[in-house]
Design a protein around this ligand. Sequence first.
Ligand code: NFE
Length: 480
Amino acid sequence: MARILSVDPISRIEGHLKIETEIDSGTVTGARVAGNMYRGFERMLLGRHPVDSARIAQRICGVCHEVHGVSSVMALEEIYRVTPPENGVVLRDMILGLHIVTDHMLHFYNLCLPDYADLSVAATYSGNDTRLKDIAGWMRGSGTAFISGAAEGDYIKDRETVYRLALNYFEALKIRSEAASGLALLGGKVPFIHALLPGGITTEITADTLMKYYHVLEKTADFVNNSFLPDALEIARRYPQYFKIGETYNTFYAHSSFKNSKGNNLFNAGVIIGGEKRKFDYAKVKELLSASFYDNSGKPDENRKGAYSWIKAPRYEGYPLEVGPVARFAVNNDAGFKSVLSRLGVSSITSSTMSRIVARAYESVILCNYLFERSEDFRLDEPTIRPVDLQAPISGQGIGFSVAARGALVHHITAEKGKVTDYKMIVPSTWNFGPAADGKAGVVEKAITGTPVRFGGEGGSIEVGRVVRSFDPCTACSVH
Ligand code: NFE
């Protein structure tokens, strides 16, 4: 007989997400994913001067604030009809790229790794390594969830591996914090960069600033190459079954991003449906509301019949699409990622729990390489901004097609005489975590369905947790 397993809220993610699964004979036969909060940023921006949006919209999320600033500023630049000087674009790329790498590190080590490794084993360390002694002492003393409360499951427990992973868990936090100071040097502050304006970046960049950025980039790249990618590959080798678990519709969507000085993109835009690549056409995107707590005009309606989530359901010509690093690689049929997968015995870029985990680590490697090159394009004697009148009573429409760690991001601003009259964001986690619509399950709902469940008591099923967390959920963003 089928049983219902409900986890609310699911831990180690951003925001409040409820996962409800129906399990029959040890397999998930149906799933509902519900965003359980409302933010209202699109409504909050109405009536304000459009320039305010690049500051306010960053507050959507404490994890990926920069991305909302950049997308918003790109939309504003269309309204102002201004193109930033090359230095302004280089700085944005340097900010976005380093942010995405450290966001991927946070996901892998601090949010997702406890699904695979029993880090509490590190509490038993009794050797002479002072760093491990510190970690063991802290774990034994604090009674954290490392020691108790983890869901039942098939975890890595061999000491040497856990010791290494536990060290890297903490090292990742340190590197992320140093990288944040590198981002603050370029963006004025972190979180919530305030140097981002339509026309470029206001920060005064000196040779010293660039050296400091370069220094944190080197440290980050060193960690990514020598720890992050090897650790992600180790998890992939130990859990190969997860290349077959967590598959979505294999429909993908990505924007172009990270141009170099020769005008080539690291990632090109596109949509993949039925294995075919198509040109992305924004007019084909619709947010469906039948299972979301909004009325047909988009106003919040907590009593809507049939609704179960505060997340809307974006569709492209009716198709739910997966976004994120795997989507970026799939749309670009990326040879490097295919070669990484083939060394793991996987013959093509397809959606799965483990392909998402490996994609983030590999993307971090290529982003670091890109950032070394990109920072060379900065010219100390040239401007970083083409200033505009920030109080001008501007009118018009602008759309910022940008990139975030979790996928393609759109900020769409309509303004009339210096006031926002409509603000629409189509956000990565909305694509992945949106509910069912028109009889089609949402992307993550589809991924969870079919998951074999061996463990699954009161704390939830570790297998379902692995599938859900492989998308790096951000409910704060998804409900914006
Ligand atoms: Ni709040 Fe975000 C990213 C955006 S997720 S983390 O990456 O945009 O939708």
